[in-house]
Design a protein around this ligand. Sequence first.
Ligand SMILES: Nc1nc2c(c(=O)[nH]1)N[C@H]1C(S)=C(S)[C@@H](COP(=O)(O)OP(=O)(O)OC[C@H]3O[C@@H](n4cnc5c(=O)[nH]c(N)nc54)[C@H](O)[C@@H]3O)O[C@H]1N2
Ligand SMILES: Nc1nc2c(c(=O)[nH]1)N[C@H]1C(S)=C(S)[C@@H](COP(=O)(O)OP(=O)(O)OC[C@H]3O[C@@H](n4cnc5c(=O)[nH]c(N)nc54)[C@H](O)[C@@H]3O)O[C@H]1N2
Ligand code: SF4
Ligand SMILES: [Mo]
Length: 902
Amino acid sequence: MRRTTASTCCYCGVGCGVLIEHDADTIHGVTGDPAHPANYGRLCSKGSTLHKTGDPAARALYPELRLGKGMARSRTDWDTAMQHAARVFGQTITDFGPDSVAFYISGQLLTEDYYAFNKLARAVVGTNNIDSNSRLCMSSAVVGYKQSLGADSPPCSYEDIEQSDCLLIIGSNMAYAHPVLFRRLEQAKSLDPAKRIIVVDPRRTATCELADVHLGIQPGTDVALLHGILNLLIQQDWIDETFIQTHTGGFDALQSLVGEYTPEHVAGICGIDPEALRQVAQMIGTAPSFLSLWCMGMNQSSAGSAKNSALINLHLATGKIGKPGSGPFSLTGQPNAMGGRETGSLSNLLPGHRDATNAKDRAEVADYWGIEALPDSPGLSAIELFEAVRRGKIKALWIACTNPAQSMPDQTLIREALALCPFVVVQEAFATTETCQFADLLLPASSWGEKNGTVTNSERRVSRVRSAIPAPGEARADWAIACDFAQRLEKQLKPDQPSVFGFHQPQTLFDEFRGLTAKRDLDYSGLSYQLLDALGPQQWPFLPGAERGTARLYADKLFPTIDGRARFIADTYKTVKEQQSTDYPLILNTGRLRDQWHGMSRTGTAAQLFGHVDQAQISLNPADIDRLELHDGQLVRVTSRRGKLVLPVVADEQLQAGQAYIPMHWGDRFLRGGGVNVLTQPAFDPMSGQPELKQAAIRIEPVSLPWDVFILVEGDIQARFSALRDLFEDLAYASFSLAGREEPALLIRAANEQPRNTEWLAEVDLLLGLDQVPVLAYDDPHLAVSKRIKIEGSRIRAVRLCGETKARDWLINLWRNGESTENLQRWLLAPLSAPPGATAASVEKIICNCVNVSHSRIQAAINSGMNLDSLKAELGCGTECGSCLPEIRRLLPAPNAPASTI
Ligand SMILES: Nc1nc2c(c(=O)[nH]1)N[C@H]1C(S)=C(S)[C@@H](COP(=O)(O)OP(=O)(O)OC[C@H]3O[C@@H](n4cnc5c(=O)[nH]c(N)nc54)[C@H](O)[C@@H]3O)O[C@H]1N2
Ligand SMILES: Nc1nc2c(c(=O)[nH]1)N[C@H]1C(S)=C(S)[C@@H](COP(=O)(O)OP(=O)(O)OC[C@H]3O[C@@H](n4cnc5c(=O)[nH]c(N)nc54)[C@H](O)[C@@H]3O)O[C@H]1N2
Ligand code: SF4
Ligand SMILES: [Mo]
């Protein structure tokens, strides 16, 4: 019987409500929950395809244990697995002390999971070595809020987006990364075109399509820019003297510092026009309300904390905080990065927005937990933690719900650490991730649609996550795994003491945790599952007896600091760690694609989500491509001080000269050679510990890999992917992706210096089902050219081209469009010739993924005179989730065209 269960999307920090349509064991569909205040029924391209992702063949289903390094893992039962883990951790702690073990967890865990891990590390193990992937994500914002405002509490609400007169979107590509909020902004701007929108990003992103001004600053120069704006605000008397006098401290020091940031000086540093700076300062200074939205372009920086503080300074100086439409509003990355911060899941934090370095905070938590004391030795942050693993100081590592062998910078060292670590536990929903390879113990976790608990979104709103179906195989909920392990460890380490882990359901974890928020800035001790079920999602603070949550903080202008005043922070501008040089003349930026999520363990199972971007590429400004004498699609070697990667180059007008971009998603699984993070750097902000993932110096050289390979195969995707992945392991270039929609295919594009031998080809053909006739075949051993195609009915089922792959993109289009295959044979028998009728065919880009409308169809319709409304009416594009609207706008001629880059 079909039923509907209300839950929350498991992707970004917008935290949209979803209605899951399901029966007893299968999820059939997902729609936006009209009653959820984060999205009022909207979903983006990722949320609306949730039910199409998560191929069961990719899931981790059973515990697997490796008994010695170099051996293969084999299936085991939960009791053996957990007993083994408890024994190894227990022994390590006894022999080498509690700081010889560590936990690395995730902003995608639920609050209950997070709380269980935290209590396990701090109360049972007695270590502060528990850090989260939020270190790569929000930790600079945490420092920014705490330094300037006294607590890690984003003060705003989504409705401020509608209410604001002037928005500064800085270091955020919200059109891709927070699409449902961007929809709200689009709508608000169309209702009120006078609303001013400023975008600050070195790239001209899709978010710029809504901007009145785009400041294409040089990478990492935000602090100079923000100080320059403040300097102008002061000069023009666009500041709120009364607010500064009554509610803040530290203004004088900042004022004398920013005096040095004159418009001409700043414009020089940032590579912008001083007039544009003046224009932006005027927009901010004269607007009745002012909201700033920011994300990784600010946080992922060796100056991340300084960037955050410099931005908050603007709000304090203008008094534009704690009022409708005004305030500093960080966009949270992961669905529950906020819950992680609330439960204290960074090594330096404790539950209830407390600090591990503060003795009073430690004593309060120890008291609440009924234990003697909490550990006082400092815990390690992510980068330091993996370094300690590599140096052998950490001997047992527990990783849950994150994929560090893809997402951490400087992958060579991360992989070295994981390989050297005597005992690595990986608690994962998908068995396919890069990190799973390093697991000595793999624990299958239940995932979205199967879990129960709560998450907090960017606007402090706590929502229920509800399970619709049981977990597959023997997968268990994360909180349950953590609690089971904690109880076993307690028996070993503290056999005489009563257990502090009597949790049997997520609700008991939630109820214990919320007590730790009482009388703190985030107080949600008044919330309960019953209230959330009755009232719907609520924003904290939510005090006992409250009937609804709190939409806005600091309306009373009282800040949670010792004297109730906010603080101006005066940091000087510092350049990025790696500057352009003769050896490394380009700066590599990394970030999100519209339709993929991080390491792609989930989104990478849905072929539809590859329609927008279907392979790993490095993009460069067209002038750089010309200067380097490269051409679109050519394979290049990208080298940084830490590693090398081979992939195709592509021209992209969004990038300025001297800058390059690779999406962060392509890890070692989809791109041979370790993925994008072999290039990125581990240098981090000294205050927040957040690494500079957005800027690494690189160089680009052409590579000659004359022997190329192309594979397209339908069916049995996950099994074929892993088997073929192994066969392609030592080719110089190999990129994997999916294509199609209902009947997906695996695509491989690869190349090597030397041809592989016929045995290798035979192995490949066996895996592709090309070893059995009837198969179309062409071989020219002299040229090392060999081609195989399998057609069933009139449909291509498998293709394998070696030595010459000119027809590659033509074949993909032919297959995808289900076109007639009659030309195929003629082309196949005329080797080394271009494909018929389409010499320069490239794979058609799908702009609208919901309705399946390609770039070329939209462009043709625009050329015939259609506007946005007629495109929607005629082609249907942009009428469903709307994630494609910014790109459709970009294709349209003025007056829909956006502001020019300055
Ligand atoms: N589709 C999709 N959405 C996601 C995610 C996903 O994986 N896929 N992940 C979620 C998560 S965890 C996060 S953290 C967010 C990230 O959301 P965003 O931070 O919005 O996304 P990014 O693409 O990482 O980076 C944003 C922009 O920062 C710019 N930038 C780079 N350097 C600088 C700089 O020095 N200054 C400024 N001002 N800008 C700079 C980049 O050019 C980029 O356009 O997205 C969330 N949403
Ligand atoms: N170059 C570069 N690198 C980056 C970034 C960048 O911008 N550039 N961004 C950084 C940022 S902001 C972030 S947040 C990180 C993200 O990096 P990761 O945390 O590594 O990203 P995910 O791929 O989302 O990893 C989550 C893992 O949890 C698994 N999983 C899903 N659901 C569950 C569950 O319920 N339980 C368990 N146990 N597992 C589950 C998924 O299969 C997935 O493997 O990447 C960082 N790395
Ligand atoms: S914006 Fe998209 S990815 Fe983010 S929570 Fe909403 S539906 Fe999910
Ligand atoms: Mo993130």
